[in-house]
Design a protein around this ligand. Structure first.
Ligand SMILES: Cc1cc2nc3c(=O)[nH]c(=O)nc-3n(C[C@H](O)[C@H](O)[C@H](O)COP(=O)(O)OP(=O)(O)OC[C@H]3O[C@@H](n4cnc5c(N)ncnc54)[C@H](O)[C@@H]3O)c2cc1C
Length: 550
């Protein structure tokens, strides 16, 4: 039996048969955004939908929450497990994992403390191995100063910036945890580990979980604490510059100051911006391959405009979150799509070296900035850049470099970014003025339609016009685009054996995460870290402990 739409309490039963009511039941209802904002009223809303006394619901375990903006009356859908007339035997929202003492166990080197490296370290500990985590950047706290320096003084520290340092590119990111792919691993386990290190439990139920830049550093620091307490080791300010291989097997690694680390296995989780690591592997004769990637611009609109398009309300209901969007269009045989959309966010400078301008986006947990930004990028296949074939597997990197350099020059050789109103970009004219923008180092009017290679800018121009058909008002003079969004994914893959996850040329070397070309985003990188650590444990755990020298 189906129950009708929203009742006087604003709740709606989606599909519930009274005869099916028994002690434990999963039920989904729809509530007004205001009702949904107050968990203390949830039991009453469910009870009214079920037409039972609220007191009969002994326990309510929320499972999933999402915004349903399909009709003009926007609802929040909440799915919960209800215990009626009975207490649950056990309430386990998530499994708190245990981390045994591994201080005397077999060491494994992990290069890079991003999501892949941190989750690899925790998984090694769970599996009785000792992680030696080596990170070129600083700890989260010290890293803040270098990030402030990019914004204020336009100085980029090549070892400590928005991409490099404790927590990797994930720390000062947006903290969207949207991956729902179950192919690579268990998303809920990754979210549970984040919750047990301080993330809000809401991420376990939200259909689009989000942590926020303001909360990520403390979570990363708590993960560090877990690793250290279990006897793992972590070294900051140590850039790995050499990988030691003997007879086709890993023996250890060396950092730029000459410190040596010995182990039979290295998990290489250095991210997509560690260009020196690709060069090191190539110099050592290890295979690396060109792969497709994406490049474009970051677009910023007033959040109120995106809210009015997506929610058809202005101003938006104060109980609704800042509205997101997701856009994709095929243009001339290539995908053009929105990437890492940050409602209520800001655009940030993500260069990793001097002489380049790279942009990305982030938001705090409340998503309360007046702007909405998103990468709008064009898929690039190696065949699109055949003019750079002399660079071999580095063709994509060289392409990124050239566009990043062109943006740097166009905006006055600083961390200011070249910018153009979207409507001027599609017309092919330089903007005579620019709207307000969240990008801290500042923006400079420049002809992005000419700065970007024609096969990128032409597709972007067409896509913006097409996007306006999908979101009326998206193509507007109120919106601005900044160049360049070039680090959405790695242009290089470090090939590995599909079963053992080791590099195809070296036993004991585990290319891992986004930089190796096996993930994109925080959750999938974390899952790849888990998978690599499990592969290492399977092969090396039973062997005796090695001595580690520093
Ligand atoms: C501003 C911004 C916002 C983002 N927002 C989101 C988001 O909302 N959601 C999402 O899913 N993803 C987001 N991302 C992407 C996400 O952060 C990455 O996909 C993810 O961090 C990749 O994880 P990783 O561990 O593979 O690599 P990284 O996070 O890149 O970590 C690699 C680490 O290796 C270290 N390293 C590199 N070379 C060496 C060396 N030679 N020696 C020692 N250490 C080295 C680096 O310093 C770095 O800390 C964002 C990225 C940025 C920059």
């Amino acid at each position: 039996m189906l129950y009708p739409a929203i009742n006087r309490y604003g709740s709606e039963v989606i599909d519930l048969s009274l005869s099916e009511i028994f002690m434990r039941k999963e039920v989904e209802i729809a509530m007004t955004p205001k009702q949904a904002s107050d968990p203390s009223g949830w039991k009453t809303a469910f009870a009214h939908a079920l037409r039972i006394q609220p007191g009969r619901i002994k326990y309510l375990n929320p499972i999933q929450r999402s915004v349903d903006a399909r009709s003009n009356k926007i609802k929040i859908r909440l799915k919960a497990e209800l215990f009626i007339d009975e207490q649950p035997a056990e309430i386990r929202k998530y499994i708190r994992r245990s981390y045994p003492d591994v201080s005397h166990k077999t060491p494994v080197i992990i290069v890079g403390a991003g999501p892949a490296g941190l989750f690899a370290a925790l998984t090694l500990i769970e599996n009785g191995m000792k992680p030696i985590l080596i990170e070129r950047g600083k700890d989260v706290k010290a890293r803040k100063f270098d990030i402030a320096q990019i914004n204020r003084e336009h100085i980029v520290n090549p070892d400590s910036n928005f991409c490099f340092g404790e927590g990797g590119a994930g720390t000062y990111s947006d903290g969207k945890l949207y991956t729902r792919s179950t192919k690579r691993g268990n998303v809920n386990e990754i979210l549970s580990v984040l919750v047990s290190h301080g993330a809000d439990e809401d991420i376990l139920i939200d259909s689009h979980p989000h942590i926020g830049t303001d909360k990520l550093p403390a979570i990363v620091a708590a993960m560090r604490q877990t690793i250290l307490e279990a006897g793992g080791e972590i070294y900051f300010n140590r850039r790995i510059t050499e990988i030691i291989i003997q007879n086709g097997r890993i023996k250890g690694a060396e950092d730029k100051s000459g410190n040596r680390y010995e182990a039979q296995a290295i998990i290489l989780a250095t991210g997509h911006s560690a260009r020196d690591i690709y060069e090191l592997l190539h110099l050592k004769g290890l295979t690396i391959e060109a792969k497709s990637f994406a490049l474009g611009v970051r677009a910023e609109h007033p959040q109120a405009l995106i809210d009015s398009i997506q929610y058809r309300q202005s101003p938006r209901d104060p109980f609704l979150p800042a509205a997101p969007y997701s856009l994709v269009k095929q243009v001339d045989g290539r995908g053009v799509f929105s990437f890492c959309m940050c409602p209520g966010g800001i655009i940030v400078p993500s260069a990793t070296e001097a002489g380049q301008v790279v942009v990305n986006g982030m938001s705090n947990s409340r998503r309360n900035s007046p702007f909405a930004n998103s990468g709008i990028v064009v898929q690039i296949d190696p065949s699109d850049i055949s003019h750079l074939s002399a660079f071999g597997p580095f063709a994509g990197l060289e392409f990124q470099r050239r566009v990043e350099d062109a943006c740097w020059r166009a905006a006055g050789m600083s961390q200011s970014a070249p910018a153009q109103r979207i409507s001027d970009f599609t017309k092919g004219i330089t903007s005579s003025s620019l709207p307000d923008c969240s990008y801290n180092p500042g923006i400079v009017s420049a002809p992005l339609h000419e700065i970007l290679p024609p096969f990128v800018s032409g597709r972007l121009q067409e896509a913006f016009l097409q996007f306006d058909k999908m979101m009326k008002g998206y193509h507007t003079s109120e919106a601005v685009i900044l160049g360049t969004e070039s680090r959405t994914s790695s242009p290089i893959r470090i090939p590995r054996n599909a079963e053992t996850l080791e590099h195809i040329d070296v036993a004991g070397l585990y290319p891992c995460g986004e930089g190796a070309g096996y993930s994109g985003g925080i959750v999938s990188s974390a899952m790849d870290g888990v998978n690599c650590a499990l592969a290492v444990a399977k092969k090396y755990r039973k062997q005796s402990a090695q001595s580690v020298k520093y």
